[in-house]
Structures are given as C-alpha cells and as structure tokens.
Design a protein around this ligand. Structure first.
Ligand SMILES: CC(C)(COP(=O)(O)OP(=O)(O)OC[C@H]1O[C@@H](n2cnc3c(N)ncnc32)[C@H](O)[C@@H]1OP(=O)(O)O)[C@@H](O)C(=O)NCCC(=O)NCCS
Length: 391
C-alpha cells in the first residue's frame, strides 16, 4: 500500500448563511468553491490542473444550486474537461468522505494526485430542501425526532449534558477562535473572496463571520431553545447556518517527493460508523472507537483532536465518552475553536477540520504524532480519520 500525504489545504472563510446578513449572500456556492481551487493551484505552481487524477467534492444537499456542484464548480473555473469529478454525499461527513475516497485511491495506486473538497451554502440550499421522506422510513422513525435540533435535545437529555456545560463550551469555542483569528493562525488556510457586508459594502472576506468577540455566559443563559419548548439547545450552542468551501491537495508520497513538495501529515485510515438517527450526534464516539481499535491506539495516543461542533450537547457527549476530557476549555480538542464559533457549512466541514488539524499539527502542536478529525452526520452517520506526522 502506498502512502498518501496532505500537501496543502485551503478554504474560504465561513460566512453566515443569511439572506440579509451573510457575507456570501450574493455569491453562488460553485463560485466560492472555484476560487478555493484557484488558490490551491496558485499556491502550488508545480501541480497543473491537468495532472489531477480526479476531484472528489462533498456536499450534503446536492440539489438546486448544489446539484452536481462537483462538476459545475470545476468546469466553471475553466478547468480541464478531461479531469473527472465525483460528488460525495454523506451529510455533514461529506467533505471527510471525499478526503478518504481520494486518500484510498492514492493508497491503492489508482492515481497520484487528487483534490478532495467540500462546499455548502445553507442559505441558497437550506437543510432538507426538496427532500421527500417516504412512508416506510417514517414507520421506523418519527418525523419529530429526525430534525437536527431535535436530535441535539435528545442527546442532551440521554447523555445528561448540562446546559451550562454546553454554554461554557460555546464560550471557549468563541474565545479560542477569536484568539486564533487575531494571532493570524487562519491566514494560511483562508483565501480572501469578495463578498459584502451587512450594509452592502463590497469587501474581501478573510475571516469567519460568526466568531463572537462579545460572547457572554450571562447573555447565553437568557436564550431559548428554538427546537423544543423548555429545551436546552439554543442558537448559542448550535452550529450556525453557514456558507463556505474547502479543498485539499492529496498526493502519493513518491509524487510529492518527486515534485519537491513539503508535507507534514499522512493519512493512516478512516472509520465510519452508523447510529440511531434520532441521536445522530453521538456517532463520532463509535467511529473514533473503531478507528483507535483498528490501529491499536487509545485516546491518550492522540495529540490533537478536531471534532466538528454540530451542537454543544453531542460534542460534550463525544469528548466525555471517548475519555478525552470532561469540560471546556479542552487542551487538545478544537484548539482554534470549533463550529459553534467558526460555523458549519455541512458538506464542507469534514474537509475543513482536516485542514485545520494539519495547520495545528504544523504550528502549536508540532510534537503531536497523531491527530484525529471526526464528525457526526444527519440520519446517523459518523466519520473519523487518523493522520500521522511525517518525520
Ligand atoms: C439554531 C438555529 C435554528 C438558529 O437559527 P436562526 O434563528 O435562523 O438564527 P441565527 O443563526 O441567525 O441566530 C439567531 C440569533 O441568535 C444570536 N446568537 C447566536 N449565538 C449567540 C450568543 N452566543 N450570544 C448572543 N446571541 C447569540 C444570533 O446573533 C442571532 O441574532 P442576530 O441575527 O441578531 O445576530 C440555526 O442556527 C440552526 O438550525 N443551527 C443548527 C444547524 C444544523 O442543524 N446543522 C447541522 C448539524 S448536524
């Protein structure tokens, strides 16, 4: 089996998916994706678009403007028709599944250079848009229990996650993200793309829109759950509706060496796990447990974790059940903040957390041997991937 290394990763900033306030409200998702590809090639002039074996692109809701967005973004960018594209759908895990497909293809020897990516604009293609849930599945699950917010409330209840603990997590997520942004830590991974401010002024969007500099425990305590009467999952402890795109340049180690390219981590393997869709957020527990067992590791062997914060309740359930920590701030989990602050453009996040994992392993956690990125997905899918520092 060959080795697959991560040569580079680029993303857009994450904007609010809001028709009046979102910074990308008038930029189509394929254009955001295309600009991320442009930046990847600009930063890696030794790699030509025609050298790419295939592009895998994850998107959760592949309908409307996002129907076959994998092909459309590539061709819209003027890239070669001869390069194949493949849209990947595993709900929020789509970007990670795209990365794993590319890595597996490299390891098997199908090709040497792949792009893995993810894109979603939750304003232009809202969650469940155009979805037609058939009667057979509704015999098995109640429609009230399937929506994401309902699953987060159920996890809080069954895993006994306290509202205050979730708010503490959201507080730290915002603090860490603001600190990382102010220290310029995201500069290497974000490509500025033109968008517009709330008042319509055009500007280059180069930082994540949602990060709350004024996050306050007192303010969060006053908020109500939009998901359940008397519930505990408020907007502050939910990932916001977001728009963004991300792309990774993956290569066989031989090819990267031949081209004289630098890399810091290599893909070891991934593990997917399914679970009850009505508590979909706890899926990463099972995916990560499978992954660690397969490679003979324990949670203590993992130097850095990136866990997509879909909701505070599921994130805390996962972090606790894996025995990583009890409460925020966590030392080695979401070191530069998580989706509660940075946003979560569904199909993009699985790719984004791998890019951020790489950035963290290159800078703040240089000595970490292993890093794991993991996330849950709607309807009960989860994915975790293991990366190892390359000496
Ligand atoms: C929670 C949710 C319903 C809120 O959506 P919404 O009502 O459309 O509103 P917004 O996201 O615009 O946020 C609601 C308000 O709460 C405010 N808010 C959020 N966090 C806050 C905080 N920590 N402190 C104070 N205010 C906060 C926002 O600022 C916003 O007000 P504004 O527009 O005046 O700025 C939505 O974000 C959601 O569904 N999130 C989950 C997405 C999801 O399921 N993803 C998949 C996961 S698997």
């Amino acid at each position: 089996m060959r080795e697959c290394v991560l040569v580079d990763g680029v993303r857009s900033a994450n904007a609010r998916a809001h028709k009046e306030k979102g910074w990308f409200r008038n930029v189509r998702p394929e254009i955001v994706m295309m600009k991320v590809y442009d930046e990847l090639f600009k930063r890696n002039p030794k790699v030509k678009p025609e050298d790419i074996e295939a592009v895998f692109c994850g998107t959760a809701n592949q309908t409307g403007m996002q129907n076959d967005i994998a092909r459309i973004a590539w061709l819209a960018g003027g890239y070669p028709e001869e390069v194949a594209t493949n849209g990947i759908q595993q709900q929020c895990c789509s970007g990670m599944a795209a990365t794993e497909h590319a890595a597996h293809a490299i390891m098997c020897g199908d090709g040497d250079i792949y792009i893995a990516s993810g894109v979603e604009d939750m304003q232009k293609v809202p969650m469940m848009f155009g979805m037609d849930i058939g009667p057979k599945i509704l015999e098995r699950y109640s429609m009230e229990e399937i929506p994401m917010g309902a699953t987060a409330e159920k996890v809080a209840d069954l895993w006994k996650v306290d509202r205050k603990d979730m708010e503490t997590m959201a507080y730290w997520s915002n603090k860490k993200a603001a600190e990382a942004r102010d220290a310029g830590k995201f500069k290497d991974e974000i490509v500025p793309i033109e968008g517009e401010k709330e008042d319509g002024t055009k500007f280059m969007v180069e930082s994540d829109q949602w990060i709350r500099d004024d996050v306050s425990m007192e303010q969060m305590a006053t908020m109500k759950s939009p998901f359940k009467e008397g519930g505990v999952v408020t907007a502050a402890v939910s990932s916001p509706l977001t728009a963004g795109a991300c792309a990774l340049l993956l290569m066989s180690r031989e090819k990267a060496d031949e081209l004289g390219l630098d890399y810091h981590i290599k893909f070891i393997g991934g593990a997917m796990a399914g679970c009850d869709p009505t508590v979909m957020g706890v899926g990463p527990i099972y995916a990560a447990q499978k992954l660690l067992k397969r490679y003979g590791l324990t949670a203590k062997d993992i130097g850095v974790w990136e866990l997509n914060e879909a909701f505070g309740s599921q994130s805390l359930a996962v972090i606790r059940e894996l025995g990583i920590a009890q409460n925020a701030p966590f030392n080695n989990v979401n070191v530069w903040g998580g989706a509660l602050a940075l946003g979560h453009p569904l199909g993009e996040s699985g790719a984004r957390i791998i890019v951020t994992l790489n950035s963290i392993m290159k800078t703040d956690f240089k000595d970490a041997k292993y890093g794991v990125a993991m996330l849950c997905g709607g309807f009960g899918n989860a994915n975790a991937s293991l990366w190892e520092k390359v000496d």
